[in-house]
Design a protein around this ligand. Sequence first.
Ligand code: ADP
Ligand code: MG
Length: 341
Amino acid sequence: DPQLNANYTFENYIEGDCNRLARSAGYAVAAKPGGTSFNPLMIYGGVGLGKTHLAQAIGNEIKHSMPDKLVIYVSCEKFCQQFVDSLKNNTINDFVNFYQAMDVIIMDDVHNFAGKEKTQDIFFHIFNHLHQSGKQVILTSDKAPKDLAGLEERLLSRFKWGLSADLQIPDLETRIAILRKKMYADGIELPGEVVEYVAHNIDNNVRELEGAMVSLLAQATLNKKEIDLALAKQMLKNFIKNTSKEISMEYIQKLVCEYFEVPVDMVKSQTRKREIVQARQISMYLSKSHTKSSLKTIGAFFGGRDHSTVIYACQTVEDLIDTDKKFKAYVHDIQKKLKMS
Ligand code: ADP
Ligand code: MG
């Protein structure tokens, strides 16, 4: 199955206190898809903590032990895109039928449903169909269902039906075990003190931990250099340094429009349609707070408007943030995406 990465297996997924519940629930689901009370199984946790790996390990395990089961892995983002395409091409029925025919659906990063009400509606129906037919649903998310903002209540209530299990940052011992596994897979040994140094210093997520190890290993292979502690320290200094990129109005516009599923060029048009006006005002508000552009430049960029329009837009957004919880959650969500760029 091209959607599943064959390297993401249970075998490669180091167990620790940080993931014990999620891992064993995943194992139970893989042994009996649709046949446990863990339906849906929701795996949640921060960036780079192993959600995708674990979710795919379940899929790979089912594929391996029950080859005739139809398993689909799809990121929420891709699902949303497919939905938009099927609207455009008049193939909604095919889209829905495809997903409803599955025995197991793994949907990654469902927090990306936020703001996409039409896609949530479709998924709600697909979810109900699968669940009623005893099919397995596996979800991942960056937050617990109760903390997911911008998702419709009826969909959230479904997400809470089964088991939600979180992933935490692995402790030092587990981080060392993950690094050792990685070295073993690559057939390269590094001195113990180097491994410990990396595990000690990179303690926010597993992806960065692995990234640091990969760059050390690459150095060792390419330059045929012995990596000693001094060299590792020097290399990791560059690795940890984070570069903050400047945010452009163009990027803000793209992000906001994607978020609300509105065509990008519409915010620059003269239309007064409610959803477009909202996207335009939020774009102006974020441009004011996240770029160095003047009010005049912002107004000009978003369809040749004057600076008083920008002031009004910012005021409107601020008022709504104070009075409308859902709106506030939307804006925060977009801000978070901006900062991750
Ligand atoms: P997320 O989806 O939560 O952002 P990923 O599943 O992409 O995180 O994991 C990031 C990287 O860390 C992947 O390469 C994954 O294989 C690795 N990883 C995470 N947790 C573990 C673990 N417990 N054991 C081994 N590798 C792990
Ligand atoms: Mg992921």
